[in-house]
Design a protein around this ligand. Structure first.
Ligand SMILES: Nc1ncnc2c1ncn2[C@@H]1O[C@H](COP(=O)(O)OP(=O)(O)O)[C@@H](O)[C@H]1O
Ligand SMILES: [Mg+2]
Length: 390
């Protein structure tokens, strides 16, 4: 049995809703945002289930992960992904062309773009806009074009990124309202930070106001049952825990497959003769939940005591905070270090925390903890009450 648990039905269903929306799903054409915690299988689902389902249904899919290179400019990454897709479309023997040919839609003989000469500069001053380029793709391919941007919240951290989102919105507005459009432009964004992803579709000045924002459906019972089936086939020496106990452990571990596998392997190694697997698993999961964030906390420690003080301030805030450089924060830093902390030291530590992706900027002077799970567990450990969301 394959290690990967396919979520075929979920992929097919979502693809159908995106490409052939019913009355109630019509606004998915304005954009769909899925948010869910890190390491819960979003990228895996996109790559293995959603994209194949979309392509199966005849769409041209362009995928880009803004975390593939956290230091790269998000707009540049999106432009590059679009250029790559355009070039594949121009290549007669490419996979994408073969697929389009099979469904008999594309104008297969002639697939020249009017901007062929400046194709490398799509989305920049020297080339066509994203709207122009994507319009031609829809018209030539006579297909829907789905652009999937993974970890899209990264785009709101820079002005370039914001401009890119606006450019995508204009592409949508240029293509979709045409009465006889041969296809639609559909934007899907996913992200690991719910509040930030939500903001993309709710904040007034954001490109995708009115788009739909949903929680990524986490893996559940069917995944756990699949795992236990695999384990039982492997003739593990110890008795296996019950489905319900594994589901509970999976929840404790924030629905993260890697953490669950880790817990199950610890259980297999540590369960004493005649031990009761369910109760052992519960204890292991609780311990792992807490230690799962140790690697991240070590990165904070490496930044030094000022980094720790800043982390403490940001992690204690309800939601994101503007006060990192404010007087309240300053007195906490001073208190933690037992001396006056200088602004340039704070600046330096903030930059290091940003560079290691521990905190992220979500607007001018606004910071939050990147990983919500880290924030939640840190608060549990430090007796800070859970966040309340209004
Ligand atoms: N459907 C699945 N079946 C098996 N393993 C999975 C599945 N989805 C995710 N995983 C595992 O969980 C880990 C995190 O998945 P990933 O897709 O990178 O999460 P995210 O994009 O949400 O951060 C990876 O190691 C991946 O192999
Ligand atoms: Mg991912």
């Amino acid at each position: 049995m394959e290690a990967l648990f396919h979520r075929t039905a979920l992929g097919t269903e979502l693809a159908a809703r995106l490409l052939r929306p019913g009355v109630l799903d019509e606004q998915l054409r304005s954009g769909l945002f899925l948010s869910g915690l890190r390491r819960t299988g979003k990228t895996t689902f996109l790559r293995n289930d959603l994209i194949p389902a979309l392509e199966e249904a005849g769409a041209v899919v362009i995928y880009v992960d803004l975390w593939s290179d956290p230091t790269a400019n998000p707009a540049g990454l999106v432009n590059r992904a679009v250029v790559k897709a355009l070039k594949e479309l121009q290549t007669p023997k490419s996979k994408i062309r073969q697929k389009l040919k099979k469904i008999g839609k594309a104008d297969v003989a002639a697939f020249g773009f009017s901007f062929a000469l400046t194709i490398d500069h799509v989305g920049t001053d020297q080339g066509p806009t994203l709207a122009e380029a994507l319009t031609e793709v829809v018209d030539h391919a006579k297909a829907d074009v789905v652009l999937i941007v993974d970890e899209v919240q990264h785009a709101i951290t820079t002005e370039d990124g914001e401009r890119m989102l606006l450019a995508l919105k204009s592409a949508r507005d240029a293509i979709n309202p045409r009465p006889n459009t041969p296809g639609h432009f559909i934007f899907v964004g996913t992200g690991s930070h719910r509040a930030h992803v939500r903001e993309l579709s709710t904040r007034r000045n954001q490109a995708f106001t009115g788009a739909t924002s949903q929680d990524y459906p986490v893996l559940g019972r069917d995944y756990v049952e699949y795992l236990l089936r695999r384990l039982s086939e492997e003739a593990i020496k110890n008795p296996l825990p019950s489905v319900d106990a594994v589901i509970e452990a999976f929840e404790t571990l924030g629905h993260r497959p890697e953490q669950l596998l880790h817990a199950l392997s610890l259980l297999n190694n540590q369960l004493p003769e005649g031990g009761e697997p369910d109760s052992y698993l519960t204890v292991i999961a609780a311990t792992l939940r807490s230690s799962a964030v140790d690697d991240e906390l070590r990165k904070v420690e490496q930044v030094g005591p000022i980094g720790l003080a800043i982390f403490r301030f940001v992690a204690s805030a309800n939601g994101d905070t503007k006060g990192v450089y404010g007087s309240e924060a300053q007195s906490e830093y001073d208190h933690a270090l037992g001396r006056r902390v200088r602004p340039e030291e704070i600046q330096q530590a903030v930059n290091e925390l940003l560079a290691s992706n521990i905190i992220m900027r979500s607007g001018h002077g606004v910071y939050g903890i990147t990983d919500q799970f880290l924030k939640t567990v840190w608060r549990e450990r430090n007796n800070v009450p859970p966040e309340t969301f209004s």
